[in-house]
Design a protein. Structure first.
Length: 302
Protein backbone atom coordinates (compact mmCIF):
# COMPACT_ATOMS: atom_id res chain seq x y z
CA UNK A 1 0.00 0.00 0.00
CA UNK A 2 1.12 3.53 -0.71
CA UNK A 3 2.51 4.97 2.54
CA UNK A 4 0.88 8.28 1.66
CA UNK A 5 -2.57 6.74 2.05
CA UNK A 6 -4.38 8.26 5.04
CA UNK A 7 -5.29 5.19 7.08
CA UNK A 8 -7.73 7.17 9.21
CA UNK A 9 -9.95 7.98 6.25
CA UNK A 10 -11.38 4.48 5.88
CA UNK A 11 -15.11 4.37 6.53
CA UNK A 12 -16.82 1.51 8.35
CA UNK A 13 -18.23 0.04 5.12
CA UNK A 14 -14.77 0.02 3.54
CA UNK A 15 -13.32 -1.85 6.52
CA UNK A 16 -16.13 -4.39 6.31
CA UNK A 17 -15.33 -4.96 2.63
CA UNK A 18 -11.60 -5.32 3.38
CA UNK A 19 -12.31 -7.83 6.17
CA UNK A 20 -14.60 -9.88 3.90
CA UNK A 21 -11.83 -10.29 1.34
CA UNK A 22 -10.48 -13.06 3.60
CA UNK A 23 -13.82 -14.82 4.00
CA UNK A 24 -14.42 -18.47 3.15
CA UNK A 25 -16.84 -17.34 0.40
CA UNK A 26 -14.05 -15.63 -1.56
CA UNK A 27 -11.69 -18.60 -1.16
CA UNK A 28 -14.39 -21.07 -2.25
CA UNK A 29 -15.29 -19.07 -5.35
CA UNK A 30 -11.66 -18.83 -6.43
CA UNK A 31 -11.08 -22.53 -5.78
CA UNK A 32 -14.19 -23.71 -7.61
CA UNK A 33 -14.01 -21.55 -10.71
CA UNK A 34 -10.61 -19.84 -10.74
CA UNK A 35 -12.23 -16.45 -10.21
CA UNK A 36 -14.38 -14.66 -7.65
CA UNK A 37 -16.99 -12.02 -8.51
CA UNK A 38 -17.29 -11.42 -4.77
CA UNK A 39 -13.58 -10.57 -4.58
CA UNK A 40 -13.99 -8.05 -7.42
CA UNK A 41 -16.95 -6.37 -5.71
CA UNK A 42 -15.22 -6.22 -2.33
CA UNK A 43 -11.99 -4.94 -3.88
CA UNK A 44 -13.97 -2.16 -5.54
CA UNK A 45 -15.86 -1.31 -2.33
CA UNK A 46 -12.64 -1.23 -0.31
CA UNK A 47 -11.18 1.60 -2.44
CA UNK A 48 -7.74 0.02 -1.91
CA UNK A 49 -7.29 -0.25 -5.65
CA UNK A 50 -6.61 3.49 -5.76
CA UNK A 51 -3.35 2.87 -3.92
CA UNK A 52 -2.58 -0.41 -5.71
CA UNK A 53 -3.77 -0.06 -9.32
CA UNK A 54 -1.47 -2.75 -10.74
CA UNK A 55 0.09 -6.00 -9.62
CA UNK A 56 -1.53 -9.36 -8.94
CA UNK A 57 -4.48 -10.43 -6.80
CA UNK A 58 -2.00 -11.82 -4.25
CA UNK A 59 -0.46 -8.34 -3.91
CA UNK A 60 -3.91 -6.95 -3.22
CA UNK A 61 -4.49 -9.49 -0.43
CA UNK A 62 -1.13 -8.59 1.12
CA UNK A 63 -1.98 -4.89 0.96
CA UNK A 64 -5.39 -5.45 2.58
CA UNK A 65 -3.86 -7.61 5.28
CA UNK A 66 -1.24 -4.96 6.04
CA UNK A 67 -4.02 -2.45 6.60
CA UNK A 68 -6.06 -4.75 8.84
CA UNK A 69 -3.02 -5.40 11.03
CA UNK A 70 -3.13 -1.77 12.14
CA UNK A 71 -4.27 -1.28 15.72
CA UNK A 72 -7.89 -0.24 15.78
CA UNK A 73 -8.58 -2.00 12.46
CA UNK A 74 -7.73 -5.54 13.59
CA UNK A 75 -10.56 -8.02 13.30
CA UNK A 76 -10.90 -11.70 14.21
CA UNK A 77 -9.06 -12.84 11.07
CA UNK A 78 -5.91 -10.95 12.05
CA UNK A 79 -5.83 -12.72 15.42
CA UNK A 80 -6.46 -16.09 13.79
CA UNK A 81 -3.68 -15.40 11.31
CA UNK A 82 -1.26 -14.66 14.15
CA UNK A 83 -2.17 -17.94 15.85
CA UNK A 84 -1.96 -19.87 12.59
CA UNK A 85 1.48 -18.56 11.68
CA UNK A 86 3.04 -18.42 15.13
CA UNK A 87 1.50 -21.47 16.81
CA UNK A 88 0.22 -23.95 14.19
CA UNK A 89 2.94 -23.31 11.58
CA UNK A 90 5.54 -21.92 14.00
CA UNK A 91 5.65 -23.88 17.25
CA UNK A 92 4.07 -26.91 15.58
CA UNK A 93 3.62 -27.94 11.92
CA UNK A 94 0.98 -29.50 9.71
CA UNK A 95 2.75 -32.84 10.27
CA UNK A 96 2.36 -32.77 14.03
CA UNK A 97 -0.77 -30.70 14.66
CA UNK A 98 -4.18 -29.94 13.23
CA UNK A 99 -6.44 -26.91 13.47
CA UNK A 100 -10.21 -26.59 13.76
CA UNK A 101 -11.81 -23.31 12.76
CA UNK A 102 -15.13 -22.09 14.20
CA UNK A 103 -15.59 -25.38 16.06
CA UNK A 104 -19.08 -25.64 17.53
CA UNK A 105 -19.33 -26.45 21.23
CA UNK A 106 -22.92 -26.39 22.45
CA UNK A 107 -24.33 -22.95 21.59
CA UNK A 108 -20.84 -21.45 21.19
CA UNK A 109 -18.15 -21.65 18.52
CA UNK A 110 -14.48 -21.78 19.45
CA UNK A 111 -12.69 -19.39 17.10
CA UNK A 112 -9.71 -21.71 16.73
CA UNK A 113 -8.68 -25.07 18.19
CA UNK A 114 -5.21 -26.53 17.82
CA UNK A 115 -4.64 -30.24 18.41
CA UNK A 116 -1.13 -31.52 19.05
CA UNK A 117 -0.32 -33.63 22.12
CA UNK A 118 -3.33 -32.02 23.80
CA UNK A 119 -6.21 -29.76 22.76
CA UNK A 120 -6.18 -25.98 23.03
CA UNK A 121 -9.15 -23.72 22.29
CA UNK A 122 -8.63 -20.04 21.52
CA UNK A 123 -11.31 -17.39 21.89
CA UNK A 124 -10.49 -14.18 20.02
CA UNK A 125 -11.53 -10.87 21.56
CA UNK A 126 -10.24 -8.17 19.25
CA UNK A 127 -10.46 -4.47 19.97
CA UNK A 128 -13.63 -4.51 17.85
CA UNK A 129 -15.31 -7.25 19.97
CA UNK A 130 -17.57 -7.21 23.01
CA UNK A 131 -16.77 -9.32 26.09
CA UNK A 132 -20.43 -9.90 26.90
CA UNK A 133 -20.42 -13.64 26.06
CA UNK A 134 -16.87 -14.46 27.20
CA UNK A 135 -17.70 -16.17 30.51
CA UNK A 136 -20.21 -18.52 28.86
CA UNK A 137 -17.83 -19.24 25.99
CA UNK A 138 -14.79 -20.26 28.05
CA UNK A 139 -17.01 -22.37 30.31
CA UNK A 140 -18.32 -24.28 27.29
CA UNK A 141 -14.85 -24.81 25.82
CA UNK A 142 -13.54 -26.16 29.13
CA UNK A 143 -16.00 -29.06 28.83
CA UNK A 144 -14.37 -30.23 25.58
CA UNK A 145 -10.76 -28.99 25.48
CA UNK A 146 -7.94 -29.46 27.97
CA UNK A 147 -6.60 -25.91 27.59
CA UNK A 148 -8.49 -22.68 26.94
CA UNK A 149 -6.94 -19.32 26.03
CA UNK A 150 -8.36 -15.89 25.36
CA UNK A 151 -6.25 -13.90 22.90
CA UNK A 152 -7.03 -10.22 23.01
CA UNK A 153 -5.92 -6.63 22.54
CA UNK A 154 -4.13 -4.57 25.19
CA UNK A 155 -7.26 -2.57 25.96
CA UNK A 156 -9.21 -5.73 26.92
CA UNK A 157 -6.53 -7.44 29.04
CA UNK A 158 -7.61 -6.16 32.46
CA UNK A 159 -11.29 -6.85 31.78
CA UNK A 160 -10.57 -10.37 30.49
CA UNK A 161 -8.41 -11.08 33.54
CA UNK A 162 -11.31 -10.11 35.79
CA UNK A 163 -13.84 -12.25 33.93
CA UNK A 164 -12.24 -15.64 33.27
CA UNK A 165 -11.21 -18.36 35.77
CA UNK A 166 -7.57 -18.61 36.81
CA UNK A 167 -7.06 -21.81 34.77
CA UNK A 168 -7.94 -19.99 31.52
CA UNK A 169 -4.86 -18.57 29.82
CA UNK A 170 -4.53 -15.05 28.43
CA UNK A 171 -2.53 -14.02 25.37
CA UNK A 172 -2.09 -10.53 23.94
CA UNK A 173 -1.53 -9.50 20.34
CA UNK A 174 0.55 -6.33 20.29
CA UNK A 175 0.78 -3.65 17.61
CA UNK A 176 3.79 -5.42 16.04
CA UNK A 177 1.66 -8.53 15.42
CA UNK A 178 3.51 -10.46 18.13
CA UNK A 179 1.79 -12.76 20.61
CA UNK A 180 2.79 -12.67 24.27
CA UNK A 181 1.49 -15.03 26.94
CA UNK A 182 0.31 -13.14 30.01
CA UNK A 183 -0.94 -16.25 31.80
CA UNK A 184 -0.52 -19.90 30.89
CA UNK A 185 -3.64 -22.05 30.60
CA UNK A 186 -3.89 -25.09 32.84
CA UNK A 187 -3.83 -28.40 30.94
CA UNK A 188 -6.77 -30.27 32.45
CA UNK A 189 -8.17 -33.03 30.24
CA UNK A 190 -9.72 -34.66 33.32
CA UNK A 191 -12.19 -31.78 33.73
CA UNK A 192 -13.69 -32.34 30.26
CA UNK A 193 -17.12 -33.91 29.79
CA UNK A 194 -17.58 -36.99 27.59
CA UNK A 195 -21.17 -35.86 26.92
CA UNK A 196 -19.98 -32.44 25.71
CA UNK A 197 -17.24 -34.03 23.60
CA UNK A 198 -19.76 -36.37 21.98
CA UNK A 199 -22.07 -33.48 21.12
CA UNK A 200 -19.18 -31.56 19.50
CA UNK A 201 -17.82 -34.25 17.18
CA UNK A 202 -19.10 -36.27 14.23
CA UNK A 203 -20.80 -39.62 14.77
CA UNK A 204 -18.04 -41.45 12.87
CA UNK A 205 -15.41 -39.80 15.07
CA UNK A 206 -17.32 -40.90 18.17
CA UNK A 207 -17.42 -44.46 16.80
CA UNK A 208 -13.66 -44.44 16.22
CA UNK A 209 -13.02 -43.16 19.75
CA UNK A 210 -15.21 -45.88 21.24
CA UNK A 211 -13.45 -48.59 19.21
CA UNK A 212 -10.04 -47.25 20.26
CA UNK A 213 -11.18 -47.52 23.89
CA UNK A 214 -12.20 -51.14 23.35
CA UNK A 215 -15.92 -50.46 23.54
CA UNK A 216 -18.07 -52.88 21.54
CA UNK A 217 -20.70 -51.22 19.37
CA UNK A 218 -23.81 -53.36 18.83
CA UNK A 219 -24.25 -54.50 15.25
CA UNK A 220 -27.47 -54.15 13.35
CA UNK A 221 -28.46 -50.86 14.99
CA UNK A 222 -30.66 -48.90 12.53
CA UNK A 223 -29.31 -45.53 11.41
CA UNK A 224 -32.19 -43.79 13.16
CA UNK A 225 -30.95 -45.19 16.49
CA UNK A 226 -27.19 -45.22 15.95
CA UNK A 227 -26.48 -41.70 17.20
CA UNK A 228 -28.29 -42.24 20.49
CA UNK A 229 -26.65 -45.65 20.99
CA UNK A 230 -23.20 -44.15 20.42
CA UNK A 231 -24.04 -41.36 22.87
CA UNK A 232 -25.14 -43.80 25.57
CA UNK A 233 -21.83 -45.63 25.27
CA UNK A 234 -19.72 -42.48 24.98
CA UNK A 235 -20.92 -40.82 28.21
CA UNK A 236 -19.64 -43.85 30.15
CA UNK A 237 -16.03 -43.19 29.09
CA UNK A 238 -13.46 -41.82 31.50
CA UNK A 239 -13.12 -38.08 30.84
CA UNK A 240 -9.33 -38.05 30.36
CA UNK A 241 -9.41 -41.11 28.09
CA UNK A 242 -12.28 -39.68 26.05
CA UNK A 243 -10.38 -36.41 25.61
CA UNK A 244 -7.01 -37.95 24.79
CA UNK A 245 -8.51 -40.35 22.24
CA UNK A 246 -10.53 -37.49 20.74
CA UNK A 247 -7.25 -35.64 20.10
CA UNK A 248 -5.73 -38.70 18.40
CA UNK A 249 -8.80 -39.34 16.24
CA UNK A 250 -9.44 -35.73 15.23
CA UNK A 251 -5.80 -35.22 14.25
CA UNK A 252 -6.45 -37.91 11.63
CA UNK A 253 -9.99 -37.04 10.57
CA UNK A 254 -9.24 -33.28 10.43
CA UNK A 255 -5.70 -33.70 9.05
CA UNK A 256 -4.39 -30.60 7.22
CA UNK A 257 -1.30 -32.18 5.65
CA UNK A 258 -2.99 -32.50 2.21
CA UNK A 259 -3.07 -28.68 2.15
CA UNK A 260 0.65 -28.19 2.83
CA UNK A 261 1.66 -27.79 -0.84
CA UNK A 262 -1.24 -25.42 -1.49
CA UNK A 263 -0.40 -23.25 1.53
CA UNK A 264 3.20 -22.91 0.36
CA UNK A 265 1.97 -21.40 -2.95
CA UNK A 266 -0.37 -18.81 -1.41
CA UNK A 267 0.40 -15.33 -0.08
CA UNK A 268 1.04 -15.40 3.66
CA UNK A 269 -2.05 -13.28 4.26
CA UNK A 270 -4.34 -15.90 2.68
CA UNK A 271 -2.84 -19.02 4.27
CA UNK A 272 -5.07 -19.01 7.39
CA UNK A 273 -8.19 -18.72 5.22
CA UNK A 274 -7.12 -21.63 3.01
CA UNK A 275 -6.52 -23.81 6.07
CA UNK A 276 -10.03 -23.07 7.30
CA UNK A 277 -11.98 -23.99 4.16
CA UNK A 278 -12.55 -27.60 3.00
CA UNK A 279 -11.00 -27.77 -0.48
CA UNK A 280 -10.77 -30.62 -2.93
CA UNK A 281 -7.35 -31.46 -4.33
CA UNK A 282 -8.52 -30.61 -7.87
CA UNK A 283 -9.44 -27.09 -6.68
CA UNK A 284 -5.93 -26.22 -5.49
CA UNK A 285 -4.54 -25.26 -8.89
CA UNK A 286 -7.52 -22.99 -9.63
CA UNK A 287 -7.04 -21.14 -6.34
CA UNK A 288 -3.33 -20.64 -6.99
CA UNK A 289 -4.08 -19.40 -10.53
CA UNK A 290 -6.72 -16.99 -9.22
CA UNK A 291 -4.41 -15.32 -6.69
CA UNK A 292 -1.78 -14.93 -9.42
CA UNK A 293 -4.21 -13.20 -11.80
CA UNK A 294 -3.35 -9.60 -12.75
CA UNK A 295 -5.48 -7.31 -10.61
CA UNK A 296 -6.92 -5.38 -13.58
CA UNK A 297 -8.16 -8.69 -15.06
CA UNK A 298 -9.63 -9.77 -11.73
CA UNK A 299 -11.65 -6.59 -11.44
CA UNK A 300 -13.59 -7.78 -14.50
CA UNK A 301 -14.77 -10.93 -12.66
CA UNK A 302 -17.94 -9.13 -11.61
Amino acid sequence: MNDATDMNNFRAEQLVAISRLFSSSVVREMARSGKSPLFARLASQSCLRNSLPYGLVCNFFESAFKLLRREGYRDEYIYKAALTHKVLLGTHSLQTASMLNEFRVGECKADLVILNGTSTAYEVKSERDSLARLVRQVRAYSDVFAQVYVITAEEHVDAVNGLVPIDVGIKRLNNRHQISTLRDAADRPERTSPAAIFDAIRAEEARLILLAQGVSIPSGVPNTRLHSVLGELFVKLDARKAHDTMVQVLKKTRNLMPLSDLVAQLPRSLQPAALSVPLRKLDHARLVAAVNTPLDHAMAWV
